[in-house]
Design a protein. Structure first.
Length: 91
């Protein structure tokens, strides 16, 4: 069972990583519809007011969070399956 679960965790981690991406994408809609204060509502207001620097900063922030989450998923892969080693390549 231990060996089967180790291999079964890889798709689970992949789906969790993808779901966080979808959550980041849906934050604008949820915060706008339900009037929650947050980055999504701030971005929506900035888009309506055509505040380009604020929109750029918000998009860069959300993209950075998404990149960090994908990096975390890749590091979890290496931890779960030691056959996936970090590259020590030659370029």
């Amino acid at each position: 069972v231990h060996h089967a679960l180790r291999n079964a965790w890889l798709p689970v981690v992949t789906i969790i990583g993808l779901e966080f991406g979808f959550l980041l994408g849906g934050v604008v809609v949820v915060e706008t519809v339900f009037s929650y204060p947050g980055i999504g509502r701030l971005l929506f207001a900035a888009i309506n007011q055509r505040d380009i620097p604020l929109v750029q900063a918000g998009v860069i922030l959300l993209a950075g969070i998404f990149i960090l989450l994908n990096l975390l998923v890749d590091l979890i892969y290496v931890r779960l399956d030691p056959r996936m080693k970090l590259a020590e390549g030659r370029g």
